[in-house]
Design a protein around this ligand. Sequence first.
Ligand SMILES: [Zn+2]
Length: 324
Amino acid sequence: MGDRWVEVADRVWVRRCEELDLSLGLVAGDDCCLVIDTGVSADHGFAFATAVRELTPLPWQIAYTHDHFDHWFGTAAFGESAIWAVADGARFIATGDEQRKRWAAKYRLDRREEDARAIGRSRLVPPNCRVSGAIGLDLGGRTVVLRQVGLAHSDNDMVVEVPDAGVLFAGDLVENGAPPSYGDAFPYHWPQAVEYLLSWRPQTVVPGHGEAADYWWARGQVREMAEVARLCGEVAQGLVPVEEAAEHGPFGPETMRTAIERSRLLAPPPPPPPLPEPPAQSDPEAARQSPMGNPAFDAAPWAPVCIYDAIDYVIGPDGSIEAE
Ligand SMILES: [Zn+2]
């Protein structure tokens, strides 16, 4: 079938790609246009740039939604251009080199030699304009907002808002038709981040992968992400075994396991175990002197004795908490 354009609002287009079900973006003003992500390889980017030129002759600028290879390896075909991103160029190059090796190997394993070679020969083009917080970009008669997200699908997510058209290009913060990807994600932060981004109620939300959808669809996905975060927390506290959480996770067992793994790497230690039972009274003399029957608790009632501070604990592989 090949890649195709979908116009989701006035001069706002989504390029639906066969490869990885990617959704690339294009927003045109009166003076210039903004290209959102560039595809998986230089070859793919060349096809995308050609398709952009079928729609508009305006000069372009480029926005990277984050540093995963499928969103920026196609840039070489666009030539000299302003490229906006949250992370800096050095970081893009470092992570890009590593991803290029990993994905070329993966494509080779899948017996996709031509795709492996296309990734291998793609020249990496790092961003040259940094976005911190949010900036408005005047495209001529229309301003788009590039917004840093914080910790969510990755540590350098950026979204593009087109307020006059009610469109939010969300990058991989949401995915339509496949589970969101938790490999580099921050499971506890992600749902709040998307909820915040949806607070202006965009009519159309364009995911990084899958068809564009509406506000209510995106809100539904936030609810499921909140459930993932809740399950990660319950596993960390030893309330739910990993396999049970995986079985009931809203995006399927594999995604849930990845999210739990990430939450373990990133989360602060879980709260201490409950206060142990007071020690049994073995000294009748001490018990007699203590109005509460336990000298450890009532010796200085205004300065509570903290017993559990001294206990170290570890989380077992099944999520259980054990005192060390
Ligand atoms: Zn991604």
